[in-house]
Design a protein around this ligand. Structure first.
Ligand code: HEC
Length: 141
């Protein structure tokens, strides 16, 4: 309500429309990352059997999505229901967290796991990255 009053209905509607694509694209990237986690976490917990090919696909998809999740998807003023304004207050830290996720995803595809221990070794750091970034920068709806 306050925001609507402050920026005026028309301006708000325009800026929302202008950023609709980047918001959709970063959510799409995150959604792929979520599907990767939905595949890999049950394997790590023993709720699903380890399968090297499935793990490889999930890790490659995660890496591709991490590449897509780049700074161009976060233009100034594109805060959304899910993206905290803190992204634009402490952009350097946000960028460092994105970079770390990308580095860990790259490491995972260059050391593709052949067993459960290998999967845990490469994917655990990525799970740590989700939590670290979401705590500061994602608004859970
Ligand atoms: C560097 C920061 C960062 C990392 C790392 C990160 N996320 Fe996110 N995630 C975000 C932000 C920011 C959003 C909100 C995007 C928006 O709504 O505009 C988000 C949104 C999401 C969403 C909601 C997508 C939607 O459709 O609204 C899911 C699911 C998600 N993340 C899963 C994960 C998982 C699983 C991991 C780790 C494997 C992860 N994320 C790692 C920053 C991150």
């Amino acid at each position: 309500m306050l925001k609507t009053l402050a920026c005026g209905l028309l301006t708000c509607a325009l800026s929302t429309a202008a950023f609709a694509d980047v918001v959709d694209n970063r959510r799409a990237a995150m959604d792929q990352i979520r599907v990767g986690a939905a595949t890999l976490v049950p394997m790590m917990k023993g709720a699903a059997d380890f399968d090297a090919k499935t793990a490889e696909l999930a890790l490659r998809m995660t890496y591709a999505a991490a590449i897509a999740f780049d700074g161009s998807l976060f233009p100034e003023g594109s805060s959304s229901k899910g993206a905290s304004p803190a992204i634009w207050d402490t952009t350097e830290d946000f960028d460092a967290k994105r970079a770390e996720f990308l580095t860990n995803a790259a490491a995972a595809v260059s050391a593709l796991p052949t067993d459960l221990e290998g999967l845990k070794a490469v994917y655990q750091p990525l799970l740590g990255n989700c939590a670290a970034c979401h705590t500061s920068y994602r608004i859970k709806n």
